[in-house]
Structure formats: C-alpha cells, structure tokens
Design a binder for this molecule. Structure first.
Ligand code: PMP
Length: 374
C-alpha cells in the first residue's frame, strides 16, 4: 500500500492525544546501554533450558486458550512475595498482566476513567500520567521536595484539594531512586481515604533493589491499597512482559471487569513459571547489582557529582546547568559510547547499574566529562 501524506493529527483521533508523542527511550546501537533500567545479566543457561521445556509443553496445547485466571502463576507469585516481601499473601491477593504497565492500565480502567483523576508526585514514572491520559483519566502533577523526597504536608494538601480517585506512590521512585517510608505511605493513604476515598497504588517495580523492606505488609486491612511489582527488573526478564499486583481479593475481582479475556498467553505463563523456579539465582544477581549501584553512588560523589540516594537499580546524578546542561552532558557521555537517560529532569541524568565493566566504562566517561567541564 502506498503511504499517503496523512499525519496522525489528520485522523479523527481523540482530542487529548493530538500533538502528543509516544513514550520511549532512544534505542541506540552503542557499546554500553545504561538507559532503560534493564538488568544487564542474561538469564542463566539452566533457566533458558527450563523455559524451553515449559514452553514446549505449553505449545502442545496452543490450540486451546490459556488459563484465563492464571491460577498456577498467581499461586507461585504469591509464594514468592510471601517468602521475600515480609507478608503472607495468597493466590486470591495476586493478579498478573503483561508488564506492570498493563497492571496499571487495568487499575486505571477500573478506578479511573472519564470524569475521574489520578495524582502522582513528580518527577516520577511518566507512564502513570500517560496511562491516565490513555484511559481518559485526568492527571494531576503533585509536588516533591528539592531533594526528591515526598513533601508529606504538600502532598496531603494536594490530595485534599483535588480529591483524586487514584494516588500513585512510586517506591523506589523512578527516575530519582528515592525510597518512600511506610509512614509517608500511611499518611497519604489516610489523606486519600479522608478526601474521597481513593485507590492508592504503591508502584514497587524496583522493590527488590531497595535497602528497605517491601511496603507489601501495608496492604493488610487496607482494601484501597495496591502494591504493583514486575519481573522486568529483579528477574531480569523485561522481554517477558510480566507484571503483577498484590491487594485485597476484592481489588483482584474488580480488575476482572476490564481485563481482556485470556490476556496472558500460555507462553508467557509458562515462561514466568520457569523463571520463578530460579528465583534464588536471579536474586543473587540482584545482590550484585545492589553492590554495583552503591559503587556508582560512591564513585560519582568522589568524582564530584551530586547524587540522589538510590534504592533502585539506577542512579540519578548531576547537577548540570538546567535542561540544556543535562542534555549536553548526555550527548558528551554518548559520544564516549555510553547511553544514559535524560528524563527531562532539568540538571539531572539517570544511569542504570550495569555489569562491573559497563559501570567502569560509564565512570571513565563521566570522569572525562568532569575534567572537560571544570
Ligand atoms: N513502574 C515503574 C516505576 C517503572 O520504572 C517501570 C518500567 N520502567 C514500570 C512500572 C513498568 O515496567 P514493566 O511494564 O516492564 O513491568
């Protein structure tokens, strides 16, 4: 078919999508890519074999739809959380989808939507705002302190004023790496219940990398609180697309109202189950990455950069001279073969913890940059 000169805005698309760009970091072909918070370690060969085995079994039944309720997978995810996140949950508390982005989308389809609003405390994970827009949910940008922690009083005030239907709390936060304390989450939960009541979504995509325990125990007795997790980071399985949530069983029942039937393919379920069998090995890589993350923080500070304390598998560093300065630094680092992320936080860049060799290459590049700039 020949391509016409029609552009997106010439099509009868929804008004709120006009003039907008799709989300996505540049996927550039450079030697060291530390820009998308991926896990640098490929899955171990024994796990690759196990995936092949499980997928082969699943393939024999691909003429059938998958288990719509993903019972075996949710049971294993519940066991994983119970074992590692300090709180007992069962299959009924857990729901899974294609990446935590889809979990968030299902939550917004259920609890947000036209005439409703969601709030996040920015800078934070920009997809919360974008998925809100995609589901017709109004987006409110809440404040943060200068040091990127959540200003509890200001956040409570914003919740009381806007009475949002959904509140996002990202801990550890992306792109800053900042963990949120249980006391802050509880204060915002109380504020959100007093104002509406609304659903509080704790996005713990980077939870396994934190110095602090998971916020999972907070869901106990709080039916309007949801914890969202992913296998993209700690499990080193970004390509798998598997995210999940833990909450009161009523929340799990509620998202059934919007989920597409058979949304999670049998191949996805089989692969995720295989990965869960190798949890201990994969969590071993997480320990190595935490050590590397702490090394990046210390060495960046020793070189003379400002660094935000990080509980994630990435580090926010600066300060550069505003948005132009961070963009220029991003380019200079790229010129040396290392891709980091310019998230649009003026004066700051974000680097994902890679292998020790990748991190060395990054540190050499920023040492060079510091020399040039001082
Ligand atoms: N939440 C946060 C805070 C993230 O940074 C990301 C990925 N960058 C996600 C959710 C989505 O991850 P996925 O869809 O791969 O599970």
């Amino acid at each position: 078919m020949t391509r016409t000169t029609t552009r997106i805005d010439d099509l009868p698309i929804r008004d709120e999508l006009r003039g907008k760009s799709p989300y996505g970091a540049p996927q550039l072909d450079v030697p060291v890519r530390l820009n998308t918070n991926e896990n640098p370690y490929p899955l171990p060969e024994a796990l690759v074999e196990r995936i092949a085995e499980r997928v082969r079994d699943a393939a024999r039944q691909l003429n059938r739809y998958p288990d719509r309720d993903a019972v075996e997978l949710r049971t294993e995810l519940a066991r994983y959380l119970t074992r590692t996140a300090g709180h007992e949950v069962a299959m009924e508390n857990v729901w899974a989808a294609n990446g935590s982005n889809e979990v968030i989308q299902q939550l917004l389809q259920t609890f947000g939507g036209p005439g409703r609003t969601a709030i996040g405390f920015e800078p934070s994970y920009s997809m919360h705002g974008l998925i809100s827009r995609g589901t017709g949910t109004g987006w409110i940008s809440g404040p943060r302190n200068e040091d990127f922690t959540i200003d509890v009083a200001a956040a409570e005030k914003a919740i009381a004023e806007h009475r949002p239907d959904v509140v996002f709390i990202t801990s550890p936060n992306n792109p800053t790496g900042t963990a949120v304390g249980a006391d802050t989450v509880l204060a915002l939960y109380e504020a959100a219940q007093a104002a509406k009541p609304s659903l509080v979504v704790v996005d713990e995509a980077y939870g396994e990398f934190s110095h602090h325990p998971s916020l999972l125990p907070l869901i106990e007795g709080r039916p309007n609180m949801v914890l969202s997790r992913t296998m993209s980071k700690a499990f080193g399985a970004a390509g798998l697309r598997l995210g999940y949530l833990a909450a009161d069983p009523a929340v799990v029942d509620a998202v059934q109202l919007v989920r597409l039937p058979y949304h999670l393919s049998s191949v996805t379920q089989a692969t995720a189950l295989a990965a869960l069998e190798h949890t201990d090995t994969l969590l071993g890589y997480v320990e190595q990455l935490k050590t590397e993350r702490d090394r990046l923080v210390n060495e960046l500070r020793a070189i003379g950069y400002e660094v935000t304390d990080s509980d994630a598998n990435f580090v926010q560093f600066g300060r550069f001279d505003g948005a132009a300065g961070s963009h220029e630094a991003w380019q200079r680092i790229l010129d040396q073969g290392v891709l980091v992320r310019d998230n649009g936080v003026p004066g700051w860049l974000r680097v994902t913890a890679g292998t020790p060799e990748e991190n060395d290459a990054f540190l050499d590049a920023v040492r060079e940059l510091k020399k040039e700039q001082s």
